[in-house]
Design a protein around this ligand. Structure first.
Ligand SMILES: Nc1ncnc2c1ncn2[C@@H]1O[C@H](COP(=O)(O)OP(=O)(O)OP(=O)(O)O)[C@@H](O)[C@H]1O
Length: 265
């Protein structure tokens, strides 16, 4: 398949605990997959395994096929070329991804120079373009700002710009809007939706929040205790969830009334 395919991905701790148990899913290039599940279900570990960033001591078996090439077999050097350039990631809390001691302009320009081999001046221009792309007003000022000088929403836009800098084929987003307030969250999701649409980037969006996933994803994988319990489309899961756990997630989302009730749709 041309796309990203995870096949029988199993992750164990050095103590032999199985954290991911034969996880399989696929997303074609240009597709949008949402991975949903409660805290501890294995969503973040799945993303980490795809990027070759599992914590020390954990081992992964199975396959992570990007356009048919198994990323699990690559060494660290080869994986570093995949990360950022082919599969990029946006994290829940941008402060963990951003260096507090470096201006955000330099943090985005750095990988651009590395991966695209452009001059310092060109990298700065491209970074300003990216900041405008993620709708950061006053891109010039923001280039010279440190992460702590920006709002949470601005920081998340910067990390999105950083992730998109090398025009990755796949964008992995791990709860990228959870730390934001509801209005900023909605703006970020609209922005992400628009950018994905325009650039044709493949999206894998990880969240515990079904309404959020429903906004940006088309296909859906539901995880529980390290396993995939349901794989369908978002529309189908909202219409007729097959697994009791998916029904539970749906009921919980409807209880906080951010999804239409059945009789309203
Ligand atoms: N470094 C680690 N060492 C040992 N166990 C871990 C480690 N990281 C995660 N786990 C365990 O792996 C399981 C899956 O964790 P994971 O972080 O992938 O869940 P999640 O679905 O992303 O949850 P959340 O929504 O809270 O981020 C959990 O049981 C967790 O306790």
């Amino acid at each position: 398949m041309t796309g990203l395919e995870v096949r029988d991905l199993t992750v164990r701790t050095s103590g032999g605990r199985t954290l991911l148990d034969s996880v399989s899913w696929e997303v074609p290039f240009g597709g949008r997959l949402g991975i949903i599940g409660e805290s501890g279900s294995g969503k973040s570990l799945t993303a980490a395994a795809v990027l070759g960033l599992l914590p020390e001591g954990m081992t992964a078996t199975g396959q992570v096929l990007l356009d048919g090439r198994d990323l699990l077999t690559l060494g660290e050097r080869a994986m570093r070329r995949v990360r950022g350039a082919q599969v990029a990631m946006v994290f829940q809390e941008p402060l963990t991804a951003l260096d507090p001691l470096m201006t955000v302009g330099r943090q985005v320009a750095g990988p651009l120079r590395l991966h695209r081999g452009v001059s310092r001046a060109r990298a700065r221009e491209l970074t300003a373009d990216l900041f405008r792309l993620v709708r950061l007003d006053d891109a010039e000022r923001i280039l010279g700002s440190y992460p702590w000088q920006l709002s949470g929403g601005q920081r998340q836009r910067v990390s999105l710009a950083m992730a998109l800098a090398c025009e990755p084929r796949v964008l992995l987003a791990d709860e990228p809007t959870t730390a934001l307030d509801v209005t900023v969250q909605a703006e970020m999701l609209d922005l992400l939706d628009d950018l994905i649409e325009r650039t044709g980037t493949t999206l894998v969006f990880v969240s515990h929040d079904l309404p959020v996933v429903a906004r940006v994803a088309r296909d859906l994988v539901v995880m529980r205790s390290g396993q995939v319990v349901e794989a369908s489309t978002v529309a189908q899961a909202l219409e007729a969830p097959a697994h009791p756990y998916t029904r539970q997630l749906l009921a919980a989302a409807r209880a906080v009334s951010r999804l239409p009730q059945e009789d309203e749709r």
